[in-house]
Design a protein around this ligand. Sequence first.
Ligand code: HAM
Length: 434
Amino acid sequence: MTHYQAPKGVFDILPSYCFDQPDLSIASFWQHLEANCRQIADLYAFEEIRTPIFEHTEVFTRSSGEASDIVSKEMYTFQDKGMRLVSLRPEGTAGVARAVNEHHLLRKQGSPKLFYIGPFFRYDRPQAGRYRQFHQFGAEWIGTKDPLADVQMITMLLHLYKNLGLKNLNLMINSVGDLPSRERYKKALIEFLIPFKTALSEESQARLDKNPLRILDSKDPKDQKIVASAPALTSFLSSEAADHFHQVCEGLKTLHIPFTISDRLVRGLDYYTHTVFEITIQDNLQAQNAIGAGGRYDHLLKDLGGVETPAFGFATGMERILLAMIAQQQLPLEKKGPKFFFIPLDASSQLTSLALSDQLRKTGFSAELYMKNFKIQKGLQQAYFSQAEYAVIIGESERNEQKVQIKNLLTKKECALSFETLIESAGDLTAHFA
Ligand code: HAM
């Protein structure tokens, strides 16, 4: 018999009892993280949007750019049975922009603030912090060109990390300018790089024509040495673009947010204009230390068939957050079991337990019913394993007296309670153990 395994680069998120050690495949950690993301979205007044897991391939090629790594190497693209070319979403911004255009959200709400949590797919070499299915929490603020929108969104992401207890974060920002500034810079950069062409890595040589800006953030030491003396993008900014960037920096300073201006930061997606940023964490992620990133994209909605609409957004890798939280010991490790664990000692008591557990659940208390046998020791073992708060034992004598024997599994104290008292005081039983 074949034992099937999940494909390379993806993983299951499992119940807590599967692990002794913290691991990012534990469902309760994900719930904790998702709850924090939703809370931050709420604080900054963002509403949820859920777009499909796959889109027409063109939505991504038009937005990220044909020459981007995501589109040229990493997309899961296939033809469906209707011969349409579709791709699993490699990122969230393009799908959100498509949905905003399609449903005329800008007509309904002048500047929609949208967030999403969900899986994304990139065919890349799997390693710690880099997966083929990964999850992002992302937010997009569409319809505002105000630099203070950039500031508030960067602040929002840092606020999330702070709430999760993360430390040692670095914020890097840059401006890739408006389109005319970028075109001027591209030309200057190509002129600067051409004399070094043969000394560049093979990948950067290929990028020289198609996507020269990406050479700036190449990880290859040969390229890094060459680009160290390349002209800086910031000195090619139009006065409008320089002013936008200055206001972003001033806003961050007003909020006492430390940042570094990195004029080599260009990001791997073509849709950015003006502000781009990346947050890295100094921990055990090695090369994969970008935990979150984003920027402004003032032409994307138009490029996808809508009207010219400024926008700003970010996305953060949820696996990377969890890895950082594990490294920094910021994960809540306690697991909560059911409040009541019923152990019936005969068939009739099982029916009584069934009815009592049903009543408790309907009044809002979690309850579990042991059904393997009528052995008290085995039942108690299971109750401890499931981390229940109380074991509720019912045998023939208890049933005859309309009572249960109840044991606090933490203090080991026991007492007898009538069925009525159990239901009525289920919220706080402490007085009965005094
Ligand atoms: P991105 O930089 O491609 O930007 O991805 C954002 C974050 O997703 C990264 O910083 C990283 O934490 C995580 N991530 C990316 N690829 C992987 C992977 N293979 N495995 C695990 N985590 C990964 C975007 O996706 C843009 N849509 C961000 C944005 C939103 N810009 C404007 N709005």
